[in-house]
Design a protein around this ligand. Structure first.
Ligand SMILES: [Cu+2]
Length: 166
């Protein structure tokens, strides 16, 4: 009996990264957003989604996960620069897994997940949701188009990069 309890207690420890940091952050009240008001105000309004070039050469990529899509559906990213992905959910728990890499980001409504990614080589990276989120889960996909830096036009500070803009 004691052993069973002990083993059950160990499971959350081994799954720490899945249970997980956005959720813990949420209770620490850092990086909170209102999932029902993402479109209304704040950094996740529609014309702020996509890639933004920062003055230090890095890129900030803002996305929303919702049943059953990622917004924007396709984003353009330059190679070999730090990409600060900031993503949140408009409804339930999702995750963003980038095929061909080890990157998986858990996305929890009410919290912003932030990770820094880097893509050394150009290519098309398919991304999928790996958290079962409902009937349309298996169609929940998007695409990262990683392009050489020269493929990007000079973007103003209010421009955002996504595939249709290329
Ligand atoms: Cu899903």
């Amino acid at each position: 009996m004691l052993l069973t309890i002990f083993v059950l207690c160990l499971i959350p420890l081994t799954r720490y990264y899945q249970i997980d940091q956005p959720l813990i952050r949420r209770f620490r009240s850092a990086r909170k957003v209102d999932p029902l008001a993402l479109h209304a105000a704040g950094e996740f309004v529609e014309n702020n989604l996509g890639t933004e070039f920062n003055s230090d050469g890095s890129v900030t990529l803002r996305m929303i996960a919702q049943q059953y899509l990622f917004v924007p559906h396709c984003v353009a990213i330059p190679t070999a620069v730090p990409v600060h992905l900031r993503i949140t959910s408009a409804d339930v728990v999702h995750s963003l897994a980038i095929e061909g890499t080890d990157y998986v980001v858990k996305i929890v409504p009410g919290a912003i997940s932030q990770v820094t990614l880097e893509f050394p080589k150009p290519g098309i990276y398919k991304t999928v949701c790996r958290e079962f989120c409902g009937a349309g889960h298996y169609d929940m996909r998007s695409e990262f188009r990683v392009l050489p830096k020269s493929a990007f036009p000079r973007m103003g500070s209010s421009d955002r990069g996504y595939c249709a803009a290329q």
